[in-house]
Write a protein that binds this ligand. Structure first.
Ligand code: ADP
Ligand code: ZN
Length: 432
């Protein structure tokens, strides 16, 4: 199913023509901001006419999260404040939040992108869409809300948390589609029995999972437990929010809407532009944004462009599941470790429950990596030797994959901290 077949299946040369036209408009918008006026004056690109091909964008320096922070609150505003209808900020996962302004046209386009993604996964006006993301400054709430409403679904703006109420809403209103963080979907698994709700009482068919990195094994775990389809939904507040890239019904990673963004992948250390297929940091330029245009924004998210075509017929290229942020990487006694490698190992094990935490501290001036893992309750009823063997086997697999020693602790279900929004998986005590 398509929402806008013409644009979603546009051929490459028409897409590039459209991108060029909109890139010129974006440069002209950008020049109205204090930040880009100053920055562009130092480059070859002094006016939209200096952009003759898409390649010319490479003469513009990257924009970073720190640039956005330095522009707080309005150094990147390109329209008159009276034309702005909403602002959003990032969650502040890695420091001070950034602010993005939207005109009505900006919000309309974002809403269309979300509707497109939902439609590509088969959501229709007959669906009952329960949005379990936080409403407010965080973009996960309102972003998906308006996208689902625009295609005519019945939207339940549940917001995050309060699991008992979430389950009651799902049951009473026969919710078919959810939007949630993967960690919250895992958490609810444990709660069904506690609130005496069986999957048969529910009418769930699909869930859109996003807002934080997670692995294919986590997706599988969620799909198998709930007997539903789980689709990946990616976005960041600086580039609107969720809906920047979404999977289609084939679940072959995420179509990134190239009529709205120019996509580049760079080596995060050198800034060199990488070829399609090579893994690096995602860099995006907005093409349809009036109030806060961004040129070559460094997302810090790690991914790669997939080159094969998708059976759905959409021509917008796909990016692979985000494996983490470039600044997520932990250095343990000199060895690089990504939290996603740890999740990959844990979530493929059937004994491992729904929650885990990574703790790094120092012992006698050496880094120590500990992994706290919740198991299912029934495992604590049997022989302690079984638990010891499991612990040793996880530690052994971690060591051979990560190449660092790992201290594994097994915990009972529900004993590790849970987050209503994005999970906080890593506690790095070395920084305190
Ligand atoms: P913050 O950067 O403070 O967390 P945002 O709320 O804008 O603020 O979150 C966007 C970030 O969330 C992305 O840059 C990415 O790291 C993460 N994210 C969002 N969706 C996904 C997803 N589907 N897979 C992996 N990471 C995601
Ligand atoms: Zn597709």
């Amino acid at each position: 199913m398509f929402r806008d077949k013409a644009i979603e299946t546009i051929d490459k040369s028409s897409l590039e023509r459209l991108q060029l036209e909109n890139l010129k408009k974006t440069i002209s918008c950008a020049q109205k901001t204090r930040f880009y006026k100053n920055r562009l004056s130092k480059t070859r690109i002094k006016s939209p006419d200096d952009i003759r091909s898409l390649k010319d964008l490479q003469d513009v320096p990257f924009t970073t999260k720190d640039d956005l922070r330095a522009c707080y609150p309005d150094g990147l505003l390109s329209v008159d404040k009276s034309d702005v209808v909403r602002l959003h900020t990032s969650s502040g996962t890695t420091g001070m939040p950034t602010v993005i302004y939207h005109t009505q046209a900006d919000l309309d386009y974002w809403t269309e992108l979300v509707s497109r993604g939902l439609t590509a996964c088969g959501v229709t006006k007959s669906d009952i869409f329960q949005n379990m993301m936080t409403y407010g400054l965080f973009t996960g709430g309102l972003g998906l809300h308006y996208g689902a409403e625009r295609l005519g679904a019945l939207v339940i703006p549940a917001g995050a948390g309060n699991t008992r109420r979430q389950l009651q809403l799902m049951k009473d209103f026969h919710t078919t589609t959810l939007h949630a963080t993967p960690n919250y979907m895992l958490h609810i698994m444990l709660k069904l029995a506690e609130f005496d709700i069986s999957l048969k009482d529910l009418n769930l068919k699909k869930v859109f999972l996003g807002a934080e990195p997670y692995t294919e094994n986590t997706r599988k775990k969620i799909e198998e437990f709930y007997h539903i389809d789980a689709y990946n939904c990616y976005g960041l507040s600086e580039l609107n929010g969720p809906g920047v890239a979404m999977e289609c019904e084939h679940k072959r990673d995420l179509h990134i809407w190239e009529d709205s963004y120019i996509v580049e992948i760079i080596n995060p250390d050198t800034g060199e532009i990488l070829k399609d297929g090579e893994a690096g940091e995602l860099v995006l330029t907005t093409l349809k944004r009036e109030a806060t245009p961004l040129l070559r924004y460094r997302s810090r998210d790690l991914t790669r462009i997939l080159t094969d075509t998708c059976p759905c017929g959409r021509t917008h290229r796909r990016i692979s599941r985000i494996t983490g942020r470039s600044d997520d990487m932990l250095i343990i006694n000199g060895v690089n470790v990504f939290p996603s490698q740890i999740e990959e190992i844990l979530m493929k094990r059937p004994e491992v429950g729904t929650n885990y935490q990574i703790v790094v501290d120092q012992r006698e001036s050496l880094d120590r990596l500990s992994i706290k893992v919740e198991l299912y309750a029934k495992l604590f009823e049997g022989d302690i030797k079984v638990l010891e063997r499991l612990r040793d086997s996880i530690a052994h697999e971690m060591k051979s994959t990560l190449l660092v020693g790992v201290h594994v602790e097994l915990h009972e279900p529900g004993s590790l901290p849970v987050s209503e929004g994005k999970a906080k998986r890593v506690v790095d005590e070395r920084k305190n």
